[in-house]
Write a protein that binds this ligand. Structure first.
Ligand SMILES: C[S@@+](CC[C@H](N)C(=O)[O-])C[C@H]1O[C@@H](n2cnc3c(N)ncnc32)[C@H](O)[C@@H]1O
Length: 263
């Protein structure tokens, strides 16, 4: 997108800030300092109250929480809000769950701000995959199990349009964001693409929060597991041999047996 500039350039600034997956202690120091200086905070639904409380009471807060089928504030309106407040000279913290540039639409917001002549700085955050893996003690790479990791969106822009060929399988880890509601279709897609039905899978819900849980099974059983355990967003699906690691081995066998997918 083309940048514009004019003689009345805004003195405010937009910071696209990653809030991490939930635990306030996983905020970067830079994010915490910016929150304390913010005039305006524009935040997603996944940002916890504990994190928002780090901002002074004087900071104006705008929630632009999005739900899968219900976009409470359209992306264009969010971009316009950021630009409008920065143009008035405000220090705007656009606070997003995880990292702004991992399925966070940070790129779109940065582009629109820059096109409007608004200065933008990106402050990275710990993405859900990293926070969840740490809490489950499940390495995303391991010299014996995986030398490649891919992040995909299980919901964005239609599953059938996405080419995941080769991303799941031996020696690989596939982390699926926003995949819970489409778990059945994801299993079909992966198996149709050649993934083995008995690949280990982990479902990591509410990563880095007190109600975290890790569930394990095999790929063929993933849809059923999501249903019978009533898995809710936010959760990640991790497909690959690393799902056996950490404190998982015992639980993994248990779930696989329940699912009737191992002898
Ligand atoms: C719109 S994406 C945002 C991702 C975010 N920018 C990041 O880097 O983690 C939202 C998805 O991230 C995943 N997610 C976010 N926070 C999570 C958490 N605490 N535990 C598990 N998954 C999480 C879920 O798959 C959720 O549907």
């Amino acid at each position: 997108m083309k940048r514009t500039s004019n003689s009345t350039a805004p003195s405010g600034k937009v910071y696209l800030v990653g809030a991490g997956p939930g635990d306030p202690d996983l905020l970067t120091l830079k994010a915490a300092k910016l929150l304390q200086r913010a005039d305006v905070i524009v935040h997603d639904g996944l940002v916890s109250d504990e994190i928002l409380e780090l901002a002074p009471p004087s900071a104006r807060r705008f929630s632009v929480a999005k739900k899968r089928s219900l976009h409470s504030v359209a992306q264009d309106e969010i971009n316009a809000l950021l630009i409008n407040e920065a143009t008035k000279g405000q220090l705007v913290v656009r606070l997003k769950g995880g990292d702004p540039f991992i399925f966070g639409r940070g790129g779109e917001e940065a582009d629109d701000c820059m096109a409007a002549g608004v200065e933008v700085e990106v402050v990275p955050g710990i993405s859900a995959a990293l926070g969840c893996a740490a809490q489950a003690r499940m390495p995303l790479t391991h010299r014996d199990a995986s030398s490649a990791v891919s992040f995909v969106a299980g919901q964005c822009k239609g599953l059938s349009d996405q080419n995941w060929s080769g991303l799941a399988g031996k020696g690989r880890t596939l982390v699926i964001y926003m995949g819970v509601a489409n778990a059945e279709a994801i299993v079909e897609k992966l198996i149709a693409d050649g993934a083995a039905p008995d690949l280990p899978v982990a479902v990591l819900q509410n990563g880095t929060r007190s109600d975290f849980r890790a569930l394990r099974t095999l790929l063929t059983d993933l849809g059923d597991l999501v249903r019978r355990e009533n898995v809710q967003s936010p959760a990640l699906l991790v497909v690959g041999d690393v799902a056996r690691y950490g404190d998982a081995e015992e639980k993994f066998m248990e779930f696989a047996e329940i699912a009737g997918v191992v002898a």
